[in-house]
Ligand binder design. Structure first.
Ligand code: KG4
Ligand code: ZN
Length: 336
């Protein structure tokens, strides 16, 4: 079964083709980062217009690379939400129109389900059940995953998401948008222990997170220190976030009694976080799984894959055309 995946929820246009036998056949991404950089964040109207320009050429590109014609596709999966309404509508309209023309189903996929299942596109693959740490620009959640569509929220951020904290802190340090990758590069040359930043909620006894206080602590530091302290501040911030994320992952594994951890979402690309979780896994005897590095941030492959799993479960397109800019992952279910 060959599924075309269309991702357009934010500032990346992602297209991919997943084959249930052969795996990922092709994927292509156009990032709008350069376009939004001048504004310091994503401008929704510009994002929508750019998705419109990119979606057809990228579809041709992945079909060409996979050596397929549109008629070879069995279904089209698209991100139905959550995300920017206008941006989502571009992918939804395109996917539904092409699916109608080809007489195949169009499957609306939850963006976070895509991220959650993305480590299954790597080898070795995790087995269900596992604990998933979802760390993106908009979300920070720990979930228990028992199977496709069977997700239970264990804890989440009470304020900023981890990626958002990276982005806002990067802005305070004069780095561009999005700040995560730039901040982590700056941190590599810094001393993580010259300044001591708080580890918010590390010992709160639950599996929730808070990152907005950390950003405020960085703001105070940047006002006190000069330019030369930037790398040390970045490193202190990064180690504080990594400490909290790793500590809560360990607590979630302890609480659930599970021995597999899956990390998904853009912040999952962070090298310090990966090194730390790998070390903890070795020490505490659990396994940790990540998506392929290029599939950590938004992409069409995870949408194609999640759509294929849903199709296999017998979830069929209901023919309704609509996007869900706000959509709680907990609302998803698996067929009984
Ligand atoms: O999953 P994603 O592409 O988009 C959302 O659905 O939000 O995640 C983007 C987020 C941004 O906040 C970005 O700064 C962060 O992931 N990010 C990183 C790294 N790469 C991306 N944060 C820390 N270290 C990185 N290497
Ligand atoms: Zn995402």
């Amino acid at each position: 079964m060959k599924v075309l995946g269309v991702e357009s929820s934010c500032d990346e246009t992602g297209l991919a083709i997943h084959d249930s036998e052969a795996g990922l056949l092709a994927h292509a991404i156009h990032s709008q980062i350069a376009m939004h950089a001048d504004y310091g964040g994503v401008v929704p109207e510009l994002a929508s217009r750019d998705h419109i320009r990119r979606v057809i050429p990228l579809t041709r590109e992945v079909l060409g690379r996979a050596g397929l014609e549109p008629a070879d596709l069995d279904a089209i999966a698209y991100t139905q939400g959550p995300g920017l309404a206008g941006a989502l509508l571009v992918g939804a309209a395109f996917a539904n129109a092409l699916a109608a023309a080809l007489g195949i189903p169009a499957i609306g996929v939850h963006h976070l389900e895509g991220h959650l299942l993305s480590p299954l596109l790597a080898t070795p693959r995790p087995e269900f059940p596992f604990v998933a740490l979802l760390v993106s620009g908009g979300h920070t959640q720990l979930m228990r995953v028992d199977g496709v569509g069977r997700y239970r929220l264990l804890g989440e951020t009470v304020d900023d998401a981890a990626g958002e904290a990276f982005d806002k802190t990067a802005q305070l340090l004069g780095l561009g948008y999005p700040g995560g990758p730039a901040l982590s590069r700056l941190a590599e040359g810094g001393d993580a222990y010259r300044f001591r930043l708080p580890r918010p909620m590390l010992n709160s006894g639950d599996l929730d997170f808070s990152f907005s206080g950390l950003k405020t602590a960085v703001l105070t530091l940047t006002r006190k220190e000069d330019e030369s302290a930037r790398a040390d501040i970045a490193a202190a911030f990064q180690v504080a976030v990594v400490d909290v994320l790793a500590g809560k992952c360990l607590a979630a594994l302890r609480q659930t009694g599970l021995r597999s951890l899956v990390v998904a979402g853009g912040v999952g690309a962070n090298r310090a976080l990966r090194a730390r979780l790998d070390a903890e896994a070795g020490q505490h005897g659990f396994s940790v799984f990540y998506p392929p590095l290029e599939l950590c941030t938004d992409n069409g492959a995870m949408i194609a894959y999640a759509g294929a799993q849903r199709l296999r479960q017998g979830v069929v397109a209901d023919g309704r055309f609509g996007v869900r800019p706000r959509w709680d992952l907990a609302e998803l279910t698996a067929p009984a």
